[in-house]
Design a protein around this ligand. Structure first.
Ligand code: S3P
Length: 174
């Protein structure tokens, strides 16, 4: 059984897009953690934030993460905040192979400005607020993200190179 490959990184870094592509090429199943939580609880992520608050979301997210890590041959796109709650990052590193999709704050901001309302964490923010949020959150979250087994420049992404790096990392880590 091969370890789950877990894609981590800020909202808008392209985890789901890359995850789907990798799953297709590597003949693995693809799981988007937000979607997994939504179908498990029959509620959208926004609905969970609104009705139960972020802390409850994080607890459900952790529970879902531990379940998905048990699956065989999966590619998992985590949520932007997943690595930063409890010992989630340690669990992902112990049970899976983690890949951090890195992007500069300015690029993330540009992407988020164009899809601001689908994400509860940034809902209703104007561009200035969003810029401050991205800068601050990325600073807070980077120490977690940087614990990943692999770091990938998500802007100049070369898909075949990513596949090679993952294969190499699978062989050499652990
Ligand atoms: C969040 C990111 C979202 C989702 C939730 C909270 C965050 O996932 O889990 O809205 O705190 O960064 P994506 O990174 O897939 O957008």
């Amino acid at each position: 059984m091969d370890r789950t490959i877990v894609l981590i990184g800020f909202m808008g870094s392209g985890k789901s897009t890359l995850g789907r592509r990798l799953a297709h090429r590597m003949n693995r199943s693809f799981v988007d953690l937000d979607q997994y939580i939504e179908s498990k609880h029959q509620l959208s992520v926004s609905g969970i934030f609104e009705q139960f608050g972020e802390n409850q979301f994080r607890l459900w997210e952790r529970e879902a993460l531990l379940e998905v890590l048990q699956q065989e041959n999966a590619i998992l796109a985590a949520g932007g905040g997943t690595p930063c709650f409890s010992d989630n990052m340690e669990q992902m590193n112990q049970q899976g192979l983690t890949v951090y999709l890195y992007l500069e704050p300015a690029v993330l901001l540009h992407r988020l400005v164009h899809t601001p309302n689908i994400r509860p964490a940034v809902k209703g923010m104007n561009p200035e607020e969003l810029a401050a949020f991205v800068k601050q959150k990325l600073e807070e979250r980077s120490p977690y993200y940087e614990q990943a087994n692999l770091q990938i420049d998500a802007l100049n992404l070369n898909f075949d190179r990513v596949l090679e790096m993952i294969a190499w990392s699978m062989r050499t880590s652990r």
